[in-house]
Design a protein around this ligand. Sequence first.
Ligand code: PLP
Length: 397
Amino acid sequence: LKPISKIAAGVQASTTLAIDSLFKQMKAEGKDVVGFGAGEPDFPTPEHIKQAGIDAIENNFTKYTPAAGLMQLREAASYRLRADFGLEYAPSQIVVASGAKHSVYVALMTLCDPGDEVVIAAPYWVSYSEMVKQAGAVPVIVAAGEAEDFKITAAQLDAAITDRTKVFMLNSPCNPTGMVYTRAELEAIAEVCCRRNVYVIADEIYCNLVYDDIEFVSFASLGEDVKERTILVNGVSKSYAMTGWRIGYTASNPELARVMGNYLSHSTSAPSTISQHAAIVALRGPQEDMQAMKRAFEKRRDHLVGRMNRIAGVSCIKPQGAFYVMMNMKSFIGKSMYGKTIGSAEDFAHLFLEKGLVATVPCTAFAAPGFVRWSYATSLAEIDKGLDRLEQFIQNA
Ligand code: PLP
């Protein structure tokens, strides 16, 4: 057989998959394992949204829609962006795709030629670099450490941009760090992007999950020239506990929106019509359920961060948004635990799952070596169970 595509072959399997499959295998064997790996709300989709999906089926809204999504959904997204951030986008500038991940993918496919560079602010969501490679482009990682609150500076970005740079990938609130860029930080980044003429994919999927009255600033709101070069990515997955419905969207300049629509028309032909109807109700309907989930996440974060910082050997900074905590486990690197030398966060996470029966995500693949990500999209009782086990795991090592 002839070799398969070099681009496809170069895409790596998710490094978190190995630990996830071990977690699932242990669970299937009946072991009492606790999971903190999931990047999705544990809440069910709110009732009124589920009902909209049921109604869509009963009303026979089960046919194809336009490739860029139902006009009512594009209007609903346009309405939300205006109501929440004061952003003006015509519905024709909104393009619906099969989840925010797919929206990022379509944006990269639309913007990048082979050999283009895409600067990624790190720690970053692991799919970004692989999607850049799928587009034939080259990921350029610019990283910030814990001491910088995991946020890169405008000067770092400026230094990473070359003649080949096409796009900067920004994710605030960030997965995996939970950190939120301030208005001043974003203004400095925007100045660099405009001066150096790069597009920005602003993944704002966690925009509604920001705590402590911290301000969330939508990147495109920083000025007309910024808005022109920004592809805003959002969706319903995280805000409305709708991960399985697979609805994401972009807001961009009309030319990009048109090309992304064309791209979709020859690939997915729009997401499920039923999901689109449910998403209209999520975006237009009452927002109280989302607010209640946010308050629950905030409480869990406070509890998890407070307790984790009282456990000897590990620590974390307080994340401001999303539902992830970065546990610093560097004090164990080079040490022996359960007869094994801990060389990395992967080693620690594997051993913690095997011996401690707790699944977490090592962050080496997110350009954050020495950190293990805990998702607190799980109950307070489970969080306590996980932390009790962490204490025992460390004590018994
Ligand atoms: N963007 C970020 C930063 C995420 O963490 C995730 C999900 O984990 C997504 C996008 C994907 O969202 P969706 O489920 O809508 O594809």
